[in-house]
Design a protein around this ligand. Structure first.
Ligand SMILES: CC(C)=CCC/C(C)=C/CC/C(C)=C/COP(=O)(O)OP(=O)(O)O
Ligand SMILES: [Zn+2]
Length: 343
């Protein structure tokens, strides 16, 4: 079969469109507008397309992102911290303790920080003390993190976001790192991969969160000895089916797992164990050659998340046209280097 064509300019246009204008069906997802910005800007950065944005356009985005930052006050000092997903969520509900509805969460805060770094902002307007105190207040006694003050749910996704926030802000002193590592270790299953919580099914997404978290803490070898690393590598490599990657056994492949599992293997130094060409073909076959963008599979339409993560996956396996990414932070190497420079 002929190798599908890769059209970087078309994908840049897809992201430019999704940054400026979305179909009306997207209105219901307005509470998480920030995620579209995150995937669009990281995706454009991988494509080398950030230069097409004017300085004023970038400044406007940075100012909008800072508007999503909650300011702590004495009524609710802890949960008024971090970033919300959109300006429109403010008036959705009135919390008796707050003058505004506090819908910040660690995923939005992580993405907000990534957007700011990607656009060259030096994070000087981030209320670091409040953000770090807020993240610490979400850590439970078992070491896990909740997503925000309002919701009880805790799993490895919010562990990863919390640790990435601490890594970006260069301060893990407010959280209990040992307990976090213990929790991650408890999510390791007999089959060689990680579930979202102890005793839950192994999954590519949660496995990425575990490995990226441990990598950010420089603690991979604390949880995974040689034997465990070997079975994890085997589990991850075996998720490649029909060229692409599935999230767990007996499921269909989906382009986003070329990132979740590709990044996991990249962090472990084991990417050479996969069939890169077949993976590249799978991902490229899910590109829309008319509108640009990538979908999760042949039966779906493109979306910003799968487009960004497809490009991340292609970048990891070494596509010459794409800028390299930092697999643990999921921003470009360029942006990660800039971050170390401003820290
Ligand atoms: C930092 C952060 C937010 C990380 C998220 C990591 C994560 C859990 C990724 C997986 C996302 C995904 C495609 C879920 C679908 O589950 P499904 O059960 O519908 O799909 P499946 O059939 O492919 O398993
Ligand atoms: Zn997916």
């Amino acid at each position: 079969m002929a190798r599908p064509e890769f059209k970087p300019e078309l994908h840049k246009k897809y992201f430019r469109r999704s940054l400026d204008l979305l179909p009306s069906e997207s209105a219901m997802f307005d509470y998480s507008r920030l995620t579209i910005l995150y995937f669009g800007l990281v995706g454009l950065d991988i494509l080398g397309g950030l230069e097409s944005l004017t300085d004023q356009y970038k400044r406007d985005i940075v100012d909008w992102v800072y508007k999503l930052q909650l300011v702590p006050n004495e009524n609710c000092p802890e949960h008024k911290c971090g970033f919300m997903g959109s300006t429109t969520v403010i008036n959705l509900k009135t919390d008796p303790k707050c003058d505004k509805y506090c819908e910040s969460n660690v995923a939005m805060t992580y993405m907000a920080l990534c957007i700011l770094i990607t656009l060259g902002d030096n994070l000087s307007r981030v209320n670091k003390t409040a953000v770090l105190r807020g993240v610490a207040s979400l850590q439970k006694s078992d070491g896990s993190f909740r997503s925000n003050y309002e919701h009880g749910e805790s799993d490895l996704r919010f562990m990863y976001c919390s640790l990435a926030i601490c890594n970006i802000l260069n301060d893990s002193s407010t959280i209990n790192v040992n307990n976090a590592i213990k929790f991650i270790s408890n999510c390791f299953n007999y089959d060689g991969a990680f579930g979202q919580n102890p005793g839950t099914e192994s999954h590519g997404g949660s496995t990425y969160c575990a490995i990226a978290s441990l990598s950010l803490l420089d603690s991979l070898s604390l949880v995974l000895d040689k034997k465990k690393l070997k079975i994890l590598e085997r589990w991850a490599v075996n998720r490649q089916i029909c060229g692409g990657f599935q999230g767990r056994p007996n499921k269909d492949p989906d382009t986003c797992y070329s990132f979740w599992l590709g990044a996991t293997l990249s962090i472990m130094g084991s990417l050479d164990r996969i069939h890169k060409d077949r993976n590249r073909n799978f991902v490229l076959n899910n590109a829309n050659q008319l509108t640009g963008g990538f979908s999760k599979n042949m039966d779906s339409i493109p979306d910003p998340m799968h487009t960004c993560l497809s490009l991340c996956g292609l970048s990891l396996i070494g596509d010459d046209n794409l800028n390299p990414i930092n697999p643990a932070l999921n921003i470009t190497v360029r942006a990660a280097n800039y971050l170390r420079h401003i820290q």
